[in-house]
Design a protein around this ligand. Structure first.
Ligand SMILES: [Zn+2]
Length: 194
């Protein structure tokens, strides 16, 4: 059973209204929810499920689109309200070192999923159950989801969260991440108009 452990308001650079960072009891990893106050409290909450990507989120790596997607969510939520569920699932669950090894293989022409398989790792080790558990701990069972990933919608519904609608994220293509985005569309059926 996942329950709220603590809540603390942290002002963020560029965010008009500061969000609350929420910690939980009952997880092995330190997943957090970042709750931006809603302008319309009665509306179905807008939610983004984001898996940690140290290289993209912190350093602005051009090999993926995680950084721009994270900042888009913060930007939208700081204006309209919303809940960012930040999952500590680096490298789609394989960890930072393995992700960097997979990047080295991608330089030799493998796509992101083939590279994981070459390392004898799952191509996507993520479960989105912790996201559903955090929502339930927050008393939320019905959401609008900001995503292009049908697996997130499917898993949240499987874990008891009703996804009323999905809203696509922006497309953040650059010369270095085209292969990555194309692989997400080809293998995982992400709805990214490239
Ligand atoms: Zn990334």
């Amino acid at each position: 059973m996942v329950t709220i452990k603590n809540r603390v308001v942290i002002p963020l650079e560029g965010a008009a209204r500061p969000p609350e960072f929420i910690t939980f009891s009952g997880f092995a990893e330190e997943h957090i929810a970042i709750v931006f106050p809603a302008l319309a409290p009665d509306a179905t909450p807008l939610v983004r499920v984001h898996s940690e990507c140290l290289t993209g989120d912190v350093f602005g790596s051009q090999l993926c689109d995680c950084g721009p997607q994270l900042h888009e969510a913060i930007d939208v939520f700081s204006r309209e309200g919303g809940i960012l569920l930040y999952l500590r699932q680096e490298g789609r669950g394989i960890g930072l070192y393995a992700k960097l090894s997979a990047y080295a293989l991608q330089k030799q022409g493998l796509d992101t999923f083939e590279a994981n398989r070459h390392l004898n790792l799952p191509e996507d080790a993520r479960s989105f159950e912790p996201a559903a558990q955090m929502l339930k701990a927050l008393g939320i069972t019905r959401i609008r989801l900001l995503t292009n990933n049908p697996d997130k919608t499917g898993q949240l519904e499987q874990y008891g969260i009703e996804v009323e609608s999905t809203i696509p994220t922006g497309v953040y293509l650059n010369p270095n991440n085209r292969n990555y985005l194309e692989a997400k569309v080809r293998v995982k059926k992400h709805t990214i108009p490239l």
